[in-house]
Design a protein around this ligand. Structure first.
Ligand code: URA
Length: 272
């Protein structure tokens, strides 16, 4: 093997090792040398106490109080300013207060036809979605496509009557596909709500527990699925997540009943 091949081999191996660590959920780089935290703490305890402030300190110019940035407030401000889906996509792209973004390869915003009558809200990107930058492209996504195709709806269809628009509660993949934290959901909520307002679908279909909780504060998809409710003045149908259906194929009967209920609702033609 020549030097160039050696270097290429090392490079590929290093890149593969890095990708593997990212997949395992590593999201922070530490120093090369180990640090004994007990020794550091002991050294800090042994260090002399800082000198008492001199009287003159009391006369020093008052410093402004540093306010901690509230990610929910920032998200609210950015979302409110977005006047179009494109502007909202940009706003989400520029939002740096969600730690998940640091470990993600892509911001996964949406897919499908933004003028569709049906908006599907999933949970979060997984590995495949993170790599491709589109929601629901892995195994669960393929099942989702087949489920909705069975009632004549698809994300590729340019006809708004037969189209789907797809997005998620989180725009970045959680490490190791862990469940989203309530704080993460809270800071995404202004974006989700604005997303729904701007896309203006006739029906919102939520897949699984996370979007149900994000939009209604309710937990327990087993009880909620198939029961129409309302979100911001429009009908919402909670359904099982396709990843759950892959693990529990026996529940596909319920999912089929929900799809038929959605089809019947759309046939009634509630578009104002
Ligand atoms: N699961 C989701 O909820 N969303 C995706 O985009 C992929 C898998």
């Amino acid at each position: 093997m020549g030097i160039a091949e050696d270097i290429a081999g090392d490079w590929d191996a290093a890149l593969a090792a890095l990708a593997w660590q990212l997949d395992c959920g590593v999201d922070e780089v530490t120093g090369e040398a180990p640090v004994n935290r007990y020794e550091v703490r002991a050294a800090q305890a042994a260090a002399p106490a800082p000198a008492a402030p001199r009287a003159v300190a009391a006369e020093a110019t008052p410093q402004p109080v540093a306010h901690k940035t509230d990610p929910v407030e920032v998200a609210r401000g950015l979302a409110a300013k977005a006047a179009s889906l494109e502007a909202l996509r940009e706003a989400v792209h520029g939002f740096d207060l969600c730690d998940l973004k640091r470990g993600a390869r892509n911001t996964v915003f949406s897919d499908g036809n933004p003028k569709a009558r049906v908006l599907i809200l999933g949970e979060a990107p997984g590995r495949d979605e993170d790599l491709e930058g589109r929601p629901f492209v892995g195994r669960a996504g393929q099942l989702l496509d087949r489920m909705f195709a069975a009632i004549g709806l698809s994300r590729q269809n340019p006809d708004t009557e037969k189209a789907l628009y797809i997005t998620n509660v989180l725009f970045w993949r959680p490490p190791g596909n862990r469940d989203p934290e309530p704080e993460e959901i809270a800071m995404m909520k202004p974006f989700i709500e604005r997303h729904i307002t701007l896309a203006d679908p006739e029906v919102v279909v939520t897949m699984g527990n996370t979007p149900l909780f994000a939009l209604t504060g309710q937990r327990g998809i087993k009880r909620a699925r198939g029961r129409w409710t309302e979100v911001h003045g429009r009908p919402m149908l909670p359904m099982f997540h396709p990843a759950y259906l892959l693990r529990q194929p026996g529940e596909k009967r319920e999912a089929w009943a929900d799809l038929l209920a959605l089809q019947a609702h759309l046939r009634k033609g509630n578009r104002g």
